[in-house]
Design a binder for this molecule. Structure first.
Ligand SMILES: O=P(O)(O)OC[C@@]1(O)O[C@H](CO)[C@@H](O)[C@@H]1O
Length: 397
């Protein structure tokens, strides 16, 4: 990438910045919410209290010798960062470390009765069971008689804007959802996306999922449509191997979402059946690769994952965190071309993301100027703008 400008890695060390507020305010709020959401015992409460103190005032501590993922974390930077303040290491790293330590505190890794109990499950379930989910599923019936292209477009937008439903965002920013959304796409490469997934295509779609619940449901509906209409012959859904960033989808969340679809009426139930049978005959598979929860950009992905993405017709990254990892968690000038920062990626790649952090690439100078004029820098983090970006040889602009 010879022409790519230098862009500093984002740290959380600047008071008043968004990353600093995540470390200093959002993480403590998440700990308090988790403590109130499950009937934890005294040891778990103590461990969570200690984590709250450590993550706001302390330093990164080494993992015990018997931690199941110690070698992974050592390789992912723990050796270098142990002993440093959470605010002085890459923000992406600190955030991942927070969720790793939170799982420890609640007994996720076991042994013991709380092994494998997702501390965020009450929040994810509440969202999946909410009446808004029923309304969204019922609205699918209205799509039935539309031409295929229009249905495909509606489902793509459902999946895109589903990314606004982010529990981490809401747990710490009450009222944020009440803000009038400005559903403006700041970049839209959807024509290029559809050209990679033509009707009667024989390709494989890889979708790297983000949040469970009201984001995962529309992601699944989009996959069901692409499979049923022959725009993809196979699909692979990447989820997280363990609970992460509050609402990120795990295999258990996929199962919950599929049950929700199967229990619905009308078109939603039909989509549920398509997905169920695609899983049964192998056209749809679910993957939970350890790197999906790594505190690193995708530029550092391991060889097996690189080979998997290289074999796909298109890999779609959902959400803000995946975007940060795809382009690198850096303060890019917003006009830095998306294709340039994803030049390392081994195949066609797309991002469907609502903007919830400072990182952004691929904007035109006019778009950036209009956003700044209207909102100063708030558009970067307030979750009311979205983008569809694609990088491939077939790109149509
Ligand atoms: O990936 P998602 O669910 O779209 O967003 C994750 C997120 O809420 O977490 C980070 C702050 O913790 C931000 O990057 C972003 O706002």
């Amino acid at each position: 990438m010879p022409d790519t400008p230098f862009a500093p890695v984002i740290l959380g060390d600047e008071p008043g910045s968004f990353p600093h507020s995540v470390l200093a305010e959002r993480h403590p709020a998440i700990i308090r919410q988790v403590q109130g959401a499950l009937p934890y015992g005294p040891a778990q409460h103590r461990a969570l209290d200690e984590l709250l103190k450590n993550c706001t005032e302390g330093t990164v501590e080494p993992l015990p010798a018997d931690a199941p993922d110690r070698d992974l974390w050592q390789a992912w930077g723990l050796t270098a960062y142990a002993g440093r303040s959470w605010y002085d290491v890459p923000w992406l790293w600190s955030e991942s470390w927070f969720y790793r330590r939170l799982l420890d505190a609640v007994g996720w890794f076991g042994p013991g009765a709380w092994q494998g109990i997702d501390p965020f499950r009450p929040f994810k379930r509440a969202e999946l069971d909410a009446p808004q989910t029923d309304e969204e599923l019922a609205a699918l019936d209205e799509l039935r008689d539309l031409p295929e292209q229009e249905r495909a477009r509606a489902l793509l937008h459902g999946s895109l804007w589903g990314n606004r439903a982010d529990l981490g965002f809401r747990l710490s920013a009450e009222g944020a959802e009440a803000r009038d959304p400005a559903p403006a796409l700041v970049d839209d490469d959807s024509e290029a996306l559809w050209s990679l997934l033509p009707p009667a295509g024989r390709g494989t779609l890889v979708l790297v999922a983000d949040n469970a619940g009201r984001e995962l449901v529309p992601d699944l509906l989009l996959i069901a449509h692409l499979l049923a209409e022959g725009r993809a012959a196979r699909a692979v859904l990447h989820v997280k191997p363990h609970p992460y960033y509050v609402s990120d989808a795990t295999t258990a969340d996929v199962v919950d979402a599929l049950h929700r679809l199967r229990a619905a009426c009308g078109a939603a139930a039909e989509y549920g059946r398509v997905l169920w049978s695609a899983l049964a005959d192998g056209r749809l598979t679910v993957r939970a690769h350890p790197f999906s929860c790594a505190p690193l950009p995708y530029g550092d992905m391991p060889q097996d994952l690189r080979a998997e993405f290289a074999a796909a017709t298109l890999t779609v990254f959902k959400g803000d965190l995946n975007y940060r990892r795809l382009v690198g968690d850096r303060m890019w000038p917003p006009t830095t071309p998306f294709a340039e920062v994803t030049g390392y990626f081994p195949g066609p790649v797309a991002a469907l993301r609502t903007l919830k952090s400072d990182v952004v690439t691929g904007l035109s100078a006019a778009t950036e100027a209009a956003l700044v004029a209207a909102e100063a820098q708030r558009w970067r983090t307030n979750g009311t703008h979205a983008l569809i970006q694609v990088s491939s040889d077939l790109q149509v602009k």
